[in-house]
Design a protein around this ligand. Structure first.
Ligand code: ZN
Length: 169
């Protein structure tokens, strides 16, 4: 496959295998290595836009240091996404603690994730921003594999690992 120039470089609709380290303010907050590379279909928005753009054209084995500003990463911090609610809106036996992750459903049935910021006697404050919103991201990435996505993978919009088929979604 590596002899075929069409699969030599990262481009849309190729399945990319990649290892990475993610640092925020010089602190490593996420990583994966060769035993468990991240796999995704390039061009489908599976990874943050700033990183996806930087990968375009990279070859297998190539490494890159990528800086992604907040706007091209998990977005700027939005104060409107801090929402205070009355505790009475939750069941009595529902324990709400700071840093707890809570999933809400909006009118369309879309799941929204929030983290509890603050709990008082009467109220609970949720933060609907992504935990990394407002942060510039520093990636070290290395491409470990490239292959053409199957028709089924493109249709489903995700990678089928190890060639296994599945019936769900
Ligand atoms: Zn599928």
């Amino acid at each position: 496959m590596s002899d075929n120039p069409n699969f030599n470089k990262v481009k849309n609709d190729l399945v990319v295998s990649m290892v990475y380290e993610l640092r925020v303010n010089n602190e490593m907050i996420d990583s994966c290595d060769d035993t468990d590379p991240l796999q995704f279909i390039q061009g489908q928005g599976h990874i943050i836009p700033g990183l996806e753009q930087a990968l375009e054209g990279m070859a297998v084995g190539e490494s890159k240091h990528v800086l992604v500003n907040a706007a091209d990463g998990y977005g700027e911090f939005d104060p409107d996404q801090i929402v205070e609610m009355s505790k009475s809106e939750f069941p009595d036996d529902f324990t709400l603690q700071p840093d707890m992750e809570v999933t809400f459903e909006d009118e369309d049935g879309t799941e929204l994730t929030a983290f509890v910021e603050e709990v008082t006697l009467e109220t609970v404050t949720f933060n609907f921003n992504h935990p990394l919103a407002g942060n510039d991201l520093e990636f070290n990435v290395r491409i470990t594999g490239l292959r053409e996505a199957t028709e089924e993978e493109l249709e489903h919009g995700h990678v089928h690992l190890d060639g296994h088929d599945h019936d769900i979604d």
